[in-house]
Design a protein around this ligand. Sequence first.
Ligand SMILES: [Zn+2]
Length: 663
Amino acid sequence: MSKKFYITTPIYYVNARPHIGHAYTTIACDTIARRQRLLGAETFFLTGTDEHGQKIERAAEAAGKTPQQYADEISAEFKALWKRMGISNDDFIRTTEARHEKRVQELFRKLRDNGFIYKGTYTGQYCVSDELYVDGAQPGDPCPTCGRITETVHEENYFFKLSAFQDKLLELYKNPEFIRPEARRNEVISFVKSGLRDQSISRSTFSWGIPVPDDPKHIIYVWFDALANYITAIGYGSSHAGAQEAFKKFWPADVQMIGKEIVRFHCVYWPAFLMAAGLPLPKAIVAHGWLLFEESKMSKSRGNIVRTETILDVLGADALRYFLLREVVFGQDGSFSFDALVQRYNSDLANGLGNLASRTLTMINRYFKGEVPDPSQASKTAAEDAIAESACRTIREFGTHFDQFQFSRALESAWSLIAAVDKYIVENEPWALGEKQDETSRTRLGTVLYTAAEALRIATVLAYPVMPDATARIWLQLGQGDIKKVDLVNLAWGQLPPGTKLGEVQPVFPRADKSAVERMQRMEEEQRGATVEVQGSDTAKQASAPIPAANTAANGKISIDDFTKVELRVGLVKVAERVPKSDKLLRLEVDIGTEVRQILAGIAEAYAPETLVGRKVVIVANLAPRKLRGLESNGMIVAASLEGDKPVLAGFLEDVPIGARLK
Ligand SMILES: [Zn+2]
């Protein structure tokens, strides 16, 4: 009977377009899934999108769309990107699909029947941005996760008896494999030890979600809904026999990969929900760190998002996959830069694997008419034994590191084999042997080129899960057919049959020159300029970005296109305070529906801060951020500017929703 392997990415929240942070998680899972398939496991790899919640409802409203339209668009972008990147997921679940909704209700019902869900009243603080109940916070307190001001909610809710699971969870964490890495595990243990309170798991003040079964004025808390995807996608709660069988076969998951910011949801709530339902628990929750760009976490509000498409256009998916897994120590934060990407690409791929493939295969073409030579026993020396030994060691080490999620070390060991073979080629000078006509030189040449080709074959198989496209091409050049059919369990030295006919030899990793970095930077800058939703945090960069030719008419008037470049939105002032040592400046936190912005406004002489809280204002939402008195201002408040008099804020006579756009 073959082994099964079930791996999941978190499902991505559709409030943001896909960027390389999402790609990173998905690539890591894809790599693991591909290796498992080569190892012969029946593998199921799940990803998808998380589409409910108040944040989506508000973002859709601000964009003038229905939540479903809004979710459809972003979800389709994720799907298209994974397709373009060759991600090998077996399913893509959307939480707005009927199959998911029905099964989530089944799970809710099960927990209620088992006595773990009861009705009560919740009064407290809620962060809409994180869809998070903030225990113990007071009105006006910021969210501990994102710093935005929490909202007070007072609702009749359904509660989950999380408090009943404290001891069972602590018992579970004794297994060091359950939460990785160690630092995250310790964090979770101390959180749970500090005491667990029952958790509200329904909302009733908005409607974008799955109705509570038998009580449809409540909707199920978005995190309960989202976490359930890992079981609903493979058939939990279905009445179909086929789905039930699939669930039995694949659950529990072998690896659930997440980003470190959602550890609590996956390591506390998720196992508690499963325990309450009487279901088995996943074998491992693996948290990776953040990808930092310009030293800070990539996020929409910081505006330092790097789009995956830019890298795909210039260097291709394999280069990105290799870079992220080689450069970042998995589990820790890693930094991303275009310079480092191109450097790695050139040193490890163009000069490393790519060069080994092209020099070895070109010489086999030239000296042996494209047929793998016979490694004659007679001409074997200690140098060949050393390469064979190094290859066997690499196969072992690669597997050990990889299974511990140490992708970087696994790749390091494969590349040390490549370096050893490079050295071997230089020392044995096959090009010199090829010039000689005597039989001894020819036998020796065959041995050297066979050894190089066999080591190339092994390095290529090992690298396949990380770079599926490039390695498949090298595989064909080696005359080996479909790399997906390799039996990785029995991979060993000496399996390349002499006489194998090579395929057409072509360079796989052409060298990238310096302009590659500039091209990628330019593409990102143009994108930032063009997409009003994405705010740039790097003021200098914004200022130096090329300004597109303006459609200015001769009489100084602007076209409608120019006007629509300015994004004016209705915002609600949540916080207002004086900026120390400034007579004119106020620091405001303004909710514009999709997020809360810090904006500095020169209106302190006209308005006392306390009169502004709760007032609706008009802001320019897509103004490049700038720093005033050391504080970042992210937008501008629109006011009438009166000569010699105080400014007057723009407002409305009728009530308007937060986030509404002016046009
Ligand atoms: Zn928050």
